[in-house]
Write a protein that binds this ligand. Structure first.
Ligand code: SAH
Ligand code: SF4
Length: 420
């Protein structure tokens, strides 16, 4: 959205198709190898377009462009890529384009760990009701499988006054679902001149009057505090849903992952949250097939999740990331074994999500209706991401409504009656 904002500011508009574009920018993710392979595939597929239209500019940005080896690969093997710039260079995109047009040479920027926070960058948001609001960047945790600390650098937080200003503006513009973003939002405030915690920031934002939901991503369980849970319990706007990635249900794997908490720590936090807010719901991320994960570790994770009953799970097969300690760890899990374990967890996840939504039948909750469906219907989501359908009513789109759930269909969608 920032890349679009910067480009809109200097006169670009959105093209409907790649064939109509003067400039194509890839914004990339480096967390898993699979995503990187897809980028190489998608960039490679543009070679013909570039040959047909030599004036077309192709640029690659994002976390992939934060890795020297990847920049080298684009340099050597993708001569039709004109521009490569990292995540810390978005504000300099107009200069990069000028340089490219003036020199007619490729501009391949090596990743800079400049790391300073640029405020007031133009932004062109995709949605009129859902907004992303970064509060901190980078990560200091160095989980042994993860590339983020290497591509995103050390943690730095935005000043609370800047966040509050943007937040107020979003609420004033009518945004209803605002997600605070950071690799570990719970360590928000570290290193700032002001004395502030994530919970204190949440209280500050929650005090802004209006009809909206606050969400946040991602919470590291080792830093999620009881103060945070109390803040949610006492808040008017914070969604009663906690996305708390556990990664594994086995303590020995958690230690190998360098996560710095145990399954017992995790469960004790959840138990506290359940006591404070019986209506609270949960979701999690799981990595399957981490080096050394035995069948017993996997069963422990499976049973742990079955007991936890999350609303949903994100399940990822372990992916080796260059430069991370996990690459050299013994006990590699066979791909066929990892695939089977992923399938087992996905089956469990579907079953748990179905049971979770089925439990909601007969109850009431708030739903943010966001879009229309065929057959005179519209859909939206509850705070804990259950999908809800109701008869289309134009006045309810982009509005948070109180709804009673009458039934659930075979795809786990709830049928809602609007109450107010
Ligand atoms: N900062 C967030 C996670 C960011 S990455 C946190 O700590 O929760 C999002 C998710 O991708 C992680 O939770 C993890 O489950 C997954 N992930 C990260 N590195 C991975 C890897 N090398 N292989 C597979 N999954 C990975
Ligand atoms: Fe990666 Fe999240 Fe761990 Fe940071 S806390 S290293 S982003 S998984």
């Amino acid at each position: 959205e920032k890349i679009k904002g910067v480009l809109t500011d200097i006169g670009f508009g959105l093209a409907a198709r790649p064939e109509d574009a003067d400039l194509i920018v890839f914004n990339t993710c480096a967390v898993r190898e699979h995503a990187e392979q897809r980028v190489f595939g998608n960039v490679g597929a543009l070679k013909g377009l570039k040959e047909a239209n030599p004036k077309l500019l192709i640029a690659v940005s994002g976390c992939m462009a934060q890795q020297k080896e990847i920049v080298e690969k684009f340099k050597k093997h993708y001569p039709f890529v004109d521009i490569v710039f990292g995540v810390n260079g978005i504000d300099t995109l107009p200069d990069i384009l000028c340089e490219k047009l003036a020199t007619r040479k490729r501009v391949l920027r090596m990743p800079a760990e400049r790391g300073e926070i640029i405020e007031d960058m133009p932004i062109r948001r995709d949605s009129t009701f859902r907004a992303w609001l970064p509060i901190m960047y980078g990560c200091d945790n160095f989980c042994s499988y993860c590339i983020v600390p290497y591509v995103r650098g050390r943690e730095r937080s935005r000043a609370s006054a800047d966040i509050l200003r943007e937040f107020r503006q979003l609420v004033a513009e009518g945004y209803k679902d605002i997600t605070l973003l950071g690799q570990n939002v719970n360590s928000y405030g570290k290193g700032l001149p002001e004395d502030i915690t994530f919970a204190a920031l949440l209280r500050m934002l929650d005090a802004v009057p209006g009809d909206y939901r606050i969400r946040f991503m991602t919470s590291h369980p080792k830093d999620a505090t009881r103060e945070l849970i109390d803040t949610i319990a006492n808040s008017a706007h914070i969604s009663r849903h906690l996305h708390l990635p556990v990664q594994s249900g086995s303590n020995s794997i958690l230690a190998q992952m360098n996560r710095k908490y145990t399954v017992e720590d995790y469960l004790s936090l959840i138990a506290y949250a359940k006591r404070r807010m019986p209506e609270m719901t949960y979701s999690s991320d799981i990595i399957v097939g981490f080096p050394g994960e035995t069948e017993e570790d996997f069963r422990t994770t499976y049973d742990f999740l079955e007991g936890l009953k999350p609303a949903f799970l994100h399940i990822f097969p372990f992916s080796e990331r260059p430069g991370t300690p996990a690459v050299d760890m013994p006990g590699k899990v066979q791909p066929s074994v990892a695939t089977r374990r992923v399938a087992e967890l996905e089956e469990l996840c579907g079953r748990l999500h179905g049971a979770f939504c089925a439990k909601a039948v007969g109850s009431e909750d708030t739903v943010l209706f966001e879009s229309t469906l065929r057959g005179g219907m519209m859909f939206g989501y509850t705070g804990s991401y259950c999908r809800v359908k109701a008869p289309y009513d134009r006045t309810r789109i982009n509005a948070i409504c109180r709804v009673r759930f009458g039934a659930m269909d075979e795809s786990h969608d709830l049928m809602g009656d609007i109450l107010d």
